[in-house]
Write a protein of this length. Sequence first.
Length: 209
Amino acid sequence: MNVATQANAGERPVFYELDEHAHPEGGSTALGFWIYLMSDCLIFAILFATFGVLGGNYAAGPSPKDLFELKDVAIETSFLLLSSITCGFAMLAAYEGKIGKTQGWLVITALFGLGFLAYELSEFAHLIHEGATPQRSAFLSSFFTLVGTHGLHVTFGIIWMGTMMIQVSRHGLIPANLRRLNCFSMFWHFLDVIWIGVFTFVYLMGTLR
């Protein structure tokens, strides 16, 4: 290691590196994003634990069997699972340098995400119309908080997707955009995993109790 020294009379020498260590480009971005995902995992773990504790407290109100239609939830789930597949196709096209295909698959992914949100908002509107509001019972409070938080993540993901499409159209598939697309892809697949837990733990187990 090359170093330079500088010292004045009566002072200890100070050492300076002449050659700075190389830092991989985008390394801090990847590390920061993984830290964010881990923090998001903790948030959803807390929400799942809260639902596990409060999900059986109906306060003489409606139970999951009275409220949930698994057929509608299955369609909603299919939208999100299909969006994860199309997101994967978008990333494959991006790695191949095909801007048009990347943009096309991202558009399809966004449409599936919007379809998922439309079903979720319709479900919330129906529950509120039936009087099953978050204030009705601890079960409904924890349900709306868990599912609503996931829905907000999907909304932010769609906004992120649109931003990335603008960036790709302006600057192409440069390394920086590929890193951002890769982070977005991990985020979108993460939402899929969380929703599988919601579908199983909240809807499926709730209607089978």
